[in-house]
Design a protein around this ligand. Structure first.
Ligand SMILES: Cc1ncc(COP(=O)(O)O)c(C=O)c1O
Length: 388
């Protein structure tokens, strides 16, 4: 039999793996690297969360099985409570809350049910690459609305991006990759555009608890958007549970009914041990998580101090949230070349800024999710590299 060439869908051909995943793979080949690349806070799963999962697995045979398809009822109630407390959004936990496999699966489900072939989705740029890949996977076309040079949200750019084909706008604040926290007035203006043009808002609040100077405003706080919004949250960053793969979404019932079909196709349910961990984290003592946010705020200061000392080589806008900084370097080397040189010569992982689309040129995304020792080592190495 002659060897057969496998055929792949056009859908698969449209998307790629993001550079945030590729750079650590290259670094693993090189060896000895420290990371300013990771989208992961350094903290271990808190003991009381691990205990809750171990206890449940020992005493409850259901703990290792599928949960109800939309998620554990107690966790859905707790998430509805969180929306009500922090965003003033009242949601029916039985019909409007989904527990998903990370925020990522909820975002993909939203995109797959909202976007048809040829539909347009407005994405402020620079952007989180998976948002764009998800639009493309859904058959849609991402239309970029550039952030202002200080990385604030530009409602004028969003308005200019609207066409007859626009179906949705996706907003994440605090923002990956810039660490920006968008101003309430700009968010309000985007909300008005969404209402005026009958758009659905996909509100990705993955970093909502990590706003260091003032609490972040979320589009989920605007009641006028309630019936045209999917609001997505994550247990990954706030509770440092990235590997447990649990996120959640609010959507009004007509949208949620559709999303549940995709969720059933893709995952059946979020992992049960992860849901037990998430419930323990959300309903347990919160001081440990407040400590995570405080530590990240201190790491932001450390990273900014170290960047200030490199001002002859790198410039940046001080981030107000998340744990990312877009640092612009001098010269016109392509960002991938710069990031590869940093891995090979300085043994520091960074992410090429143009992986985040327009606005990321001549830039590297740096993360300050690593612990202080690793951050210090990484900046010492950058000092030596640029001091060469
Ligand atoms: C903006 C944004 N949304 C969603 C995610 C995915 O989060 P989760 O781990 O909950 O799937 C990330 C992860 O880095 C992110 O930066």
């Amino acid at each position: 039999m002659p060897a057969q060439t496998p055929r792949f869908s056009r859908r698969a051909g449209r998307i790629k793996i993001s550079a945030t995943k590729l750079m650590p793979m290259l670094a693993a080949e090189v060896g000895g690297c420290v990371s300013l690349g990771q989208g992961v806070p350094s903290f271990a799963t808190p003991g009381f969360v691990a205990d809750a999962v171990c206890d449940a697995l020992r005493r409850d045979p259901a703990a290792g099985k599928y949960s109800l398809q939309p998620g554990l009822p107690a966790l859905r109630r707790a998430v509805a409570g969180l929306f009500a407390r922090e965003k003033g959004l009242t949601a029916d936990p039985d019909s409007e809350i989904l527990i998903s496999v990370g925020a990522m699966e909820a975002l993909l489900a939203a995109m797959l049910v909202l976007v048809d072939e040829g539909d347009e989705v407005i994405v402020p740029a620079p952007y989180y690459p998976s948002h764009v890949e998800q639009v493309l996977l859904s058959g849609g076309r991402p239309v970029f609305a550039p952030l202002r040079p200080d990385f604030s949200l530009d409602p004028g750019a969003v308005a200019r991006a609207v066409t007859e084909k626009t179906r949705a706008v996706i907003i994440t604040s605090p923002h990956n990759p810039t660490g920006a926290v968008f101003a309430e007035a700009d968010l309000r203006a985007v909300a008005e555009i969404a209402v005026a043009h009958d758009l659905t808002v996909i509100c990705d609040d993955t970093y909502d608890s990590l706003s260091y100077d003032a609490p972040a405003t979320s589009l989920a706080m605007f009641p006028e958007l309630r019936e045209r919004m999917v609001a997505v949250g994550s247990f990954s960053k706030r509770f440092a549970l990235t590997g447990w793969r649990v996120g959640y979404a609010f959507a009004p019932r007509p949208i949620m009914d559709q999303m549940l079909k995709v969720h059933d196709c893709a995952a059946i349910c979020a992992p049960m041990p992860g849901q037990i961990a998430a419930l323990a984290a959300l309903t347990g003592p919160q001081d440990v998580f407040a400590g995570f946010a405080a530590a990240l705020s201190a790491r932001r200061d450390l990273a900014c101090r170290r960047l200030d000392a490199l001002s002859g080589h790198l410039s940046y806008v001080r981030p107000a949230g998340a744990f990312y900084i877009m640092a612009r370097y001098r010269g016109d080397a392509p960002p991938m070349d710069m990031a590869v040189r940093l891995i090979r010569e300085a043994h520091v992982i960074t992410i090429p800024g143009d992986a985040f689309g327009p606005g990321g040129e001549q830039s590297l995304r740096l993360s300050f999710g690593a612990d202080e020792a690793e951050l210090t080592e990484a900046f010492d190495r950058l000092d030596r590299f640029f001091g060469k």
